[in-house]
Every structure is written in structure tokens, then in C-alpha cells.
Design a protein around this ligand. Structure first.
Ligand code: PBG
Length: 328
């Protein structure tokens, strides 16, 4: 006598142990990457109001945060340098300076944690330009792609010389991966890898980050970052970055673009990363602060969703906290 229904998916949900046994995606500390902000000339770490729990670091607090992340088993660190205003100029020259805040920070991280994690740095000019764009401007005010590539090439060598293991090509200039790759190879840095921000969308979710890096940007980045409605265009960007020598491709933001992550994952054989950006972080923190959402579960659920979509590496401001939670 069979009773309908014979097939009961609920059997596999009956106890926590059964659910654990059949879990398809499980987060691990090693796949989480922590973005860090190093602010020049700061005496004390400075909280970022739109990103509760995230700070602009001093050189000292940066080392401490790096150490904590590594102890928790975090897979990588992505460093952003925030210069003082007087070090910003039209071409972002301080980004190329070996004594500039980002290159100094890379060296500090190398000294603090060495090869025990992956030290990554932001290969982009927006923190260093007085106008806040990711590249230099042409006479008509647009961002000059090819003039910017020449600067990225030099900046890549400066960061590799400082000891970065991996460079985050985040500017969305055409040819940025190839330009950095060639410059690195020519300078003897064949082994420095490139994380390509292959599909980076010009959306509304970067607001808190711009406060974090004290961006000087007026206007937007729509002439170089992607338009949110487009998916096929992301695949074109990914194909180009792979052809230019990217070691890892990334989709950014993450949660609003899970379909893009999944499509990229199907397309390539190199690792796929996703960036859970500042706005994604701020939304959960703000809702939790109001008592509207279970913070810890929302964090885990969002990260798991990003992994399920196909990202095997996730940049997240919660990296250390989540890694600790997973370990203990
Ligand atoms: C640009 C860059 C941005 C972010 C990372 N790298 C900002 C932008 O495009 O304006 C955003 C990250 C975040 O929002 O968390 N170098």
C-alpha cells in the first residue's frame, strides 16, 4: 500500500544532521577576502558612518586587522589607500609613488603577514585623482582610456615592487588587464597575478565606499562601468579579460548580479570572484540596527547565495567575522 505522495523531499530536511549532510554549498574562511582602507596621516582608526564596523585604518591598526584576518583563516586582503587631499592631483601621481600611502600599506602587510594570505591591492586611480575618476581626463572632460592605461602599467609595477601578490584591476578601462600584464612581465613580475574586475556595474551600491575613500567624484562612472541591464556585455568583458591574461575574473556588485555570476561561471575555466560591495553591507547593517532583520543569518544567507551562484572567492567586509564564526 503506497501512500501518496511517495516522493517526499521533506525527508532530507527532517533533522539538522540530515540537512547538514545534504548541504550543497558551505562557506569556508579561505574563500573570503577582506577589503581594508588605509588612510594617510591618521592618528586613530576612524569609523565610516555608512559602514558600521568598518574603519579607515592607521598603519598600526591595519597591521592588527590583517593579523586578525589571517588568524581567522581569511583567504586574502584587498588594500585601498586613502591619501590626504594635498596628495591628490589630476593624474593620480601619488598612486605611483613608492612612498605613496597604498604602496606603503602593501609593504606593511607584507611585513606583517607575508605569504600567509594573499595580499591584493587596488589598481585604480580614483582614490588618487583630484576629480575622483578612475583615469585621467581628456581635454573634453571624458576619461582618456589609453592615457590611463599607461599610468596603470606603471602603477602595477609599483604595487608589484611593494610586494603585492595580486593586483585588482578595477578601473574598467579597455585593455587594462593586458596593459598591466605586459608591464608586469617586462619588469620581471611574471608571477604577480591579476584579479580582473571584469564585469563592474555602474550602480547605486558603491555609495558608502565612496565615503570610505573620501572620493572626490562629481557625477558618475557610466562612461566606463557597465550598465546594470546588460548581461551579454558582461560576458564580452570577461572574454576580453581572459584573453588579456586575467588570472581571476570578478563580478561586482554581488547580490544584485547573481545571474551574471552564474553566467560567468559557466563561461570560464579560471576562478570566479564576486564583490559584496559597501551598499550591500550597509543595507544589512542598517536593517539589523533597526531590528528589522536577523543580522547574522542575513550575512550568512547572502554570502551563501553568492557562492551558490558560482563565485568561489568573495570579497566582503564581513570576512574576518564570518571566518571566525565558521571556525569556532
Ligand atoms: C574603484 C572601486 C570602487 C569600489 C571598489 N573599487 C568604487 C567605484 O567604482 O566607485 C567599490 C567597492 C564597494 O562599494 O564596496 N577603485
Amino acid at each position: 500500500m503506497s501512500s501518496f505522495p511517495d516522493i517526499r523531499p521533506r525527508r532530507l530536511r527532517r533533522t539538522p544532521a540530515i540537512r547538514r549532510l545534504v548541504e550543497e554549498n558551505r562557506l569556508a574562511p579561505a574563500e573570503l577576502v577582506l577589503p581594508l582602507f588605509l588612510k594617510e596621516g591618521l592618528a586613530e582608526p576612524r569609523p565610516i558612518s555608512s559602514m558600521p564596523g568598518v574603519v579607515q585604518h592607521t598603519r598600526e591598526s591595519l597591521r592588527k586587522a590583517a593579523h586578525e584576518a589571517v588568524s581567522a583563516g581569511v583567504g586574502g586582503l584587498m588594500l585601498y589607500g586613502v591619501p590626504t587631499d594635498d596628495h591628490k592631483d589630476a593624474t593620480g601621481s601619488y598612486g605611483l609613488d613608492p612612498a605613496g600611502i597604498l604602496n606603503v600599506g602593501i609593504r606593511d602587510l607584507v611585513a606583517e603577514v607575508g605569504d600567509s594570505t594573499v595580499i591584493m591591492s587596488d589598481l585604480c586611480l580614483d582614490e588618487f585623482t583630484s576629480h575622483g575618476h578612475c583615469g585621467v581626463l581628456a581635454a573634453d572632460g571624458s576619461v582618456d582610456n589609453d592615457a590611463t592605461l599607461a599610468i596603470y602599467a606603471e602603477m602595477a609595477v609599483a604595487q608589484a615592487s611593494a610586494g603585492a601578490h595580486m593586483l585588482g584591476a578595477s578601473g574598467m578601462m579597455d585593455g587594462q588587464v593586458g596593459a598591466a600584464r605586459r608591464a608586469l612581465d617586462k619588469a620581471g613580475f611574471q608571477d604577480t597575478s591579476i584579479l580582473a574586475y571584469a564585469a563592474k556595474y555602474a550602480g547605486a551600491f558603491y555609495g558608502p565606499f565612496r565615503a570610505a575613500v573620501e572620493s572626490s567624484l562629481q557625477g558618475d562612472r557610466r562612461q566606463y562601468q557597465q550598465d546594470p541591464p546588460n548581461l551579454r556585455e558582461a560576458l564580452r568583458e570577461v572574454d576580453l579579460d581572459v584573453a588579456e591574461g586575467a588570472d581571476i575574473v570578478m563580478v561586482k556588485p554581488a547580490l544584485p548580479y547573481l545571474d551574471v555570476i552564474a553566467a560567468v561561471r559557466d563561461r570560464v575555466t579560471i576562478p570566479v570572484a564576486a564583490y559584496q560591495v559597501s551598499g550591500e553591507y550597509a543595507m544589512v547593517e542598517a536593517a539589523a540596527a533597526n531590528g528589522w532583520i536577523d543580522r547574522d543569518r542575513a550575512i550568512t544567507e547572502s554570502l551563501t547565495a553568492i557562492k551558490r551562484a558560482g563565485a568561489q572567492i568573495i570579497l566582503t567586509y564581513w570576512a574576518t567575522e564570518v571566518a571566525q564564526r565558521l571556525r569556532y
